[in-house]
Write a protein that binds this ligand. Structure first.
Ligand SMILES: *Cc1c(COP(=O)(O)O)cnc(C)c1O
Length: 389
């Protein structure tokens, strides 16, 4: 595999192109092909008993799975990556691989809603207690530690409300008590935030979003550092997690263009965010690269860029239906990270920590369109929503 020839100091743009390509093993074909497999045949009984083939069974992975895992592990700077059939499923796996019955889990209060449901319903049934913490806590999270606290789960910035967390400070506090640190790094991506370098033990990604990047695949993964690799891999195998070879292929295809797509999402989103800030219909833009954002200092210290997802607080008197329904280029729908721009209302009913907002909160995903076209679309829709059109 080309990885054995890979110099250690390659930049992500190069790594994302040159890692995980088994050319010589596949007749010179550039991309690792999809093998459709359940059974792997052995030439002899002895080979079967010794498990001597490079692949053992379809569920445990084929060459395309290994190529994808290898590429992700290189970008994440981790020890081991396992693939999951959705981002949510990756969050669940990461938690299941560290928590036992009787344990206490500290979960950030700004977490993605479905992850919260997993904790409140399923984890609870298995005897794990979840406590939600204020996303602004740093090293002072230590005040919430109990003798049975097993893990701190972070998401930075938070879903819908975009608070940036101080991951190095939280990790330092947690590790001093042997507590694991899990992070949903979907917004930061393995390109813009190096989770493991910043002290995270299990880096979780909804690969459905930017990794796949084309709104056509559901996929997730978890990358572990050395200390967490064995347990993660074992839990993944024991619970029978499996991703189709076709979906793994599409994810790897997505990674080949991930850094260039993200650079354009960042450029477009920053331009749209700066323009939105000047609009009278807008109360506040929640986007960490803006100097006015409450998380800007930590973002500037820890991240090397930003994706296309932001929150927008609108003026109280805005007509939300008029805004949404007059947009021509922004699709109304969930998920994000694809090539196209999207808008959804943000609902914060599940949250405990107070969030003050004068008007309605929405979430925008800025896609790869021309940013002037997007601004013109928003301008027209905001005017109609304020009754000035
Ligand atoms: C979408 C999302 C997930 C879940 O990913 P799916 O692939 O849709 O299951 C998890 N975390 C965050 C932050 C997300 O935005």
């Amino acid at each position: 595999m080309s990885s054995s020839k890979r110099p250690p100091d390659l930049k992500d743009e190069t790594r994302s192109i040159h890692t995980g390509r088994g050319g010589a093993d596949h007749f010179g074909v550039v991309n690792t092909p999809v093998y459709r497999a359940s059974t792997i045949l052995h030439p002899t009984l002895e080979s079967l008993e010794a498990n001597a083939m490079p692949f053992s069974y379809g569920r445990r992975g084929t060459p395309i799975h290994r190529s994808l895992e290898e590429t992700i592990t290189a970008l994440e700077g981790g020890a081991r990556t396992v693939l999951c059939n959705s981002g949510l499923n990756a969050s669940a796996l990461a938690i299941m691989s560290v928590c036992n019955a009787g344990d206490h889990l500290l979960m950030v209060d700004s977490v993605y809603g479905p992850t919260r449901n997993f904790c409140d319903r399923m984890l609870k049934r298995f005897g794990v207690e979840t406590e939600y913490f204020d996303p602004s806590l740093k090293g002072d999270i230590a005040e919430l530690f109990r003798p049975n606290t097993k893990a701190v789960y972070c998401e930075s910035p938070g879903s819908l409300t975009f608070e940036i967390q101080d991951i190095p400070a939280i990790a330092a506090a947690a590790h001093s008590k042997n507590i694991s640190v899990l992070l949903d790094n979907t917004w930061g991506t393995p390109i813009f935030f190096k989770a493991i370098q910043h002290g995270v033990d299990l880096s979780i990604q909804a690969a459905t979003k930017y990794i796949c990047g084309h709104a056509d695949v559901m996929l997730g993964y978890v990358t572990a550092n050395h200390s967490h690799a064995k347990r993660l891999s074992e839990t993944h195998g024991d619970a029978g997690f499996y991703v189709s070879g076709d979906d793994a292929f599409l994810a790897l295809r997505g990674i080949r263009t991930l850094p260039v797509r993200l650079a354009r999402h960042y450029e477009n989103a920053l331009r749209v965010a700066q323009w939105l800030q000047t609009q009278s219909a807008i109360e506040k833009v929640l986007y960490p690269p803006l100097p006015s954002d409450s998380g800007h200092a930590i973002w500037a210290r820890d991240f090397t860029g930003a994706c296309g997802l932001m929150g927008v607080e609108l003026q109280a008197d805005i007509n939300l239906s008029a805004l949404f329904n007059s947009l021509k280029l922004f699709g109304i729908g969930y998920s994000w990270g694809g090539f196209e721009s999207l808008i959804v209302p943000a609902h914060l009913e599940q949250r405990n920590t107070p969030f003050s907002s004068k008007g309605p909160l929405i979430r925008l995903h800025i896609g790869l369109e021309d940013s002037s076209d997007l601004i013109n679309d928003l301008d027209m829709a905001l005017k109609s929503a304020m009754g000035t059109l």
